[in-house]
Ligand binder design. Structure first.
Ligand SMILES: CC(C)(COP(=O)(O)OP(=O)(O)OC[C@H]1O[C@@H](n2cnc3c(N)ncnc32)[C@H](O)[C@@H]1OP(=O)(O)O)[C@@H](O)C(=O)NCCC(=O)NCCS
Length: 229
């Protein structure tokens, strides 16, 4: 658990506030934001800089090329923590660059999250406020578990996934790589979900979900066939 140390966040998403909260709740601070691609403006939503101005301390924003190599030294490997601010396959090109630099990713776990006996959290995963990870559940690297979700005992959540607020995975559920679970969805025991699948908000999933499809509804049915990862 790395939230007691200063962090650098790569990339920008609207999830940034949650990430800063995870860092600060553990006594750390956000040191810098490094953008791998230019920020996409969303009309009517706060920009990255507007969000950062609301913090009590100054946070520099670099492009990747400004930050590296000028602001990167091997010292950073000892005292800094690194977080990627978004999930899914979109992070893969960035991860390639960061792995070449041997950036040491650790999980970022909010201090109000509960990790039960034997739960294992992968490198670079984020466990947000109030999430519960049950006994012997395994969370893949760079997966985001959002506020108040529940991962039941012995579940396996693959890498690069996103579990939205309030979603529940009952026991022994398996999610492949890059699976997105919508808010308040429920996945029943022993269900297996294939890679790149999307589970709609509020869905109740009773049966296995093939890779790449979108399911929604109660009970969940396939609404869209294979999507591009
Ligand atoms: C699953 C989801 C991603 C699908 O979005 P989409 O790709 O835009 O899909 P569409 O809106 O084209 O929906 C396709 C069909 O599924 C239905 N559908 C989509 N989401 C549904 C849901 N959550 N429950 C029931 N039906 C749903 C649509 O009504 C539509 O049905 P129709 O073809 O009979 O008209 C989206 O609905 C969703 O639930 N997103 C999760 C949002 C969320 O939880 N955010 C929290 C982030 S922290």
């Amino acid at each position: 658990v790395s939230s007691d140390k200063d962090c650098i966040v790569f990339g920008f998403s609207h999830f940034l506030g949650d990430i800063i909260d995870c860092i600060e709740a553990g006594g750390g601070a956000l040191k810098a934001v490094v953008l791998n691609v230019p920020e996409t403006p969303y009309p009517g939503r706060l920009s990255l800089r507007e969000r950062l101005h609301r913090l009590k301390y100054k946070v520099p924003v670099f492009t990747f090329d400004e930050w590296y190599p000028a602001h990167w030294t091997p010292d950073h490997l000892r005292w800094q923590n690194y977080v990627i601010g978004f999930s899914g396959s979109q992070m893969k090109p960035l991860l390639g660059r960061l792995k070449e630099l041997c950036i040491p990713f650790e999980p970022l776990v909010h201090q109000t999250a509960i990790l039960q006996k034997g739960a294992a959290i992968g490198a670079g995963a984020i466990v947000n406020a109030g999430a519960i990870v049950g006994p012997w559940a395994r969370i893949g690297e760079h997966t985001i578990l959002n506020r108040g979700c529940t991962i039941g005992h012995d579940c396996v959540v693959g890498p690069y996934g996103f579990v939205s607020p309030g979603a529940t995975l009952c026991s022994h559920v398996t999610l492949g790589e890059n699976v997105k679970v919508g808010a308040n969805a429920t996945i029943l025991p022993d269900v297996q979900v294939g890679s790149d699948a999307v589970i709609g908000a509020g869905a109740v999933v009773l049966e296995d979900v093939p890779a790449g499809v979108m399911v929604a509804g109660v009970p969940a049915v396939v609404k869209k066939e294979a999507r591009k990862p």
